[in-house]
Design a protein around this ligand. Structure first.
Ligand code: 0GY
Length: 310
């Protein structure tokens, strides 16, 4: 399949991302990315809501090197359902340079959880985005959260900003660290200090176990990608939101490319430009080091982190 060809309406990832102008600090972690298939080897889930372009571990690791990252956190996407084989395969072939977040069902066995831990899984993902998943009862998710907590794992949650009020009680009762994908998907055409984003900020302020990925400007932006070579302008409407979270909670933020960017129809980002977005949201060396190295290391490689006291 050639780059930018549409599969069932979705774009494929950028074939030749630019080399970033921003150099990420040594040891930087891309803390939100996926592997898809290849479908012939790791079939997509029958209950999936989209069929992505294949995006293999080899391609992910090549991108990691090109962008200057040292490690990846690979997150199970809904198109693979609760079949974590492609994820686990990528982890065990990463030479210890990738950790993962899986999706599990309530009937997962202790042996399966232990095997995933051995492979490098350190969290489970609960997805509440209606276009991506069917409904799972909260009690099921609570049960899963209590099963994985003793392993030292955390819960990653993905939801739309408008659903936060209804999910608040569930999130705040979880017994683990809770990592929110893409800042809870704010509507960036609304004011930064408006009630919707303020609610998300309050969630983080009142609950020190809540972390946020300040990722996916390409998904959240209304103003869109830069004009030709105008990287300063890239996704500018997302900058105040991401910057606010980074500066308010520097010890609880993560960043990731979201490669290979599932479900994008109009615009496929240049991953190099996404990296160039980082210094606009994390403006000092210290903030950049926490976002890209210290925080992900503390959460995913605590045994190697020298940041335990923070
Ligand atoms: C993302 C975003 C999306 C998809 C998924 O699991 C998934 O299928 O997370 C999306 O469509 O917004 O983080 O990859």
């Amino acid at each position: 399949m050639s780059a930018f060809e549409m599969t069932a309406g979705w774009l494929c990832f950028h074939p030749d991302p630019s080399t970033p102008r921003f150099r990420v600090p040594p040891g930087a972690v891309d803390a939100h990315c996926h592997v898809f298939g290849p479908g012939e080897r790791f079939p997509y889930a029958p209950e999936r809501k989209y069929t992505p372009c294949d995006a293999s571990r080899e391609q992910l690791f090549a991108l990691r090197d090109r962008l200057g990252f040292a490690r990846n956190v690979i997150v199970q996407a809904t198109c693979h359902g609760a079949d974590n084989r492609a994820l686990v395969d990528a982890l065990v072939h990463s030479g210890g340079r990738a950790r993962g977040v899986a999706t599990v069902r309530r009937d997962v066995s202790d042996d399966e959880l232990r095997a995933m831990h051995e492979a490098g899984v350190r969290g489970v993902r609960f997805n509440f985005v209606r276009r991506l998943v069917d409904f799972t009862p909260r009690e099921t998710l609570e049960e899963i959260a209590h099963r994985i907590a003793p392993l030292g794992w955390h819960v990653v949650v993905y939801f739309e900003a408008r659903d936060l009020p209804e999910l608040w009680e569930f999130f705040t009762a979880l017994p683990t660290v809770v990592v929110v994908d893409h800042m809870g998907r704010p509507d960036v055409s609304k004011p930064l200090d408006g009630p919707e984003f303020e609610r998300f900020v309050r969630l983080m302020r009142e609950h020190p176990n809540v972390w946020s990925k300040v990722s996916c400007p390409e998904r959240l932006s209304v103003s869109g990608p830069p004009a030709l070579d105008g990287e300063q302008d890239a996704y500018r409407d997302v900058v105040p939101f991401a910057r606010h979270i980074v500066e308010s909670f520097p010890e609880r933020v993560l960043w990731g490319t979201d490669w290979p960017h599932p479900n994008l129809k109009d615009h496929m980002p240049d991953d190099g430009l996404l990296v160039d977005f980082i210094p606009h949201i994390a403006r000092t060396d210290d903030l950049q080091r926490r976002l890209l190295v210290d925080n992900p290391m503390r959460l995913y490689w605590p045994e190697e982190s020298n940041d335990g006291a923070r």
